[in-house]
Design a protein around this ligand. Structure first.
Ligand code: RB5
Length: 148
């Protein structure tokens, strides 16, 4: 199950990503927002991040105007490794190297073609493990020391 969310600035892209997920056969849960009315991105980024952190969903996708605000929020949640991506190399690398479990996009930054290619790579690329495991373990150690 994929958790997906957005603010008003990411609403149109979220709709297109959901259509894409359906076409590809992925199940998703839509955590809102559900219209173009102005809202606060932390509220929706937190819903997606909590769903992934609690293992209710395996991965998350969040969209706002830049992709930055929602990534900052998601990375405040213990267990989340969120990557703001604007290119396909990063979308693949964030899975292989960082074991990212949430990806974010900016509707005002990236075209829908790049975004959907990034979604596909994010969902199909495995964590490479090996030398990267030690580094991700260090991230977890930092979380243990700094999160309540
Ligand atoms: C909304 O105007 C905008 O600030 C928001 O979507 C996002 O870009 C924040 O990081």
């Amino acid at each position: 199950m994929i958790a997906i969310g957005c603010d008003h600035a990411g609403f149109n892209v979220k709709q297109k990503i959901m259509e894409h997920l359906t076409e590809k056969g992925y199940e998703y849960k839509d955590y809102g927002t559900y219209d173009l009315c102005s809202c606060d991105y932390p509220d929706y980024a937190l819903k997606v991040a909590n769903a992934v952190a609690k293992h209710e969903c395996e991965k998350g996708i969040i969209v706002c105007g830049t992709g930055i605000g929602v990534s900052i929020v998601a990375n405040k949640v213990k267990g989340i490794r969120c990557a703001h991506c604007t290119d396909t190399f990063s979308a693949k690398a964030c899975r292989e190297h960082n074991d990212a479990n949430i990806i974010t996009f900016g509707d005002r930054i990236s075209g829908i073609g790049v975004i959907l290619d990034c979604v596909d790579l994010f969902l199909t690329t495995d964590f490479a493990g090996g030398r990267h495991s030690k580094r991700v373990d260090k991230i977890k150690q930092i979380e243990d020391e700094n999160f309540k």
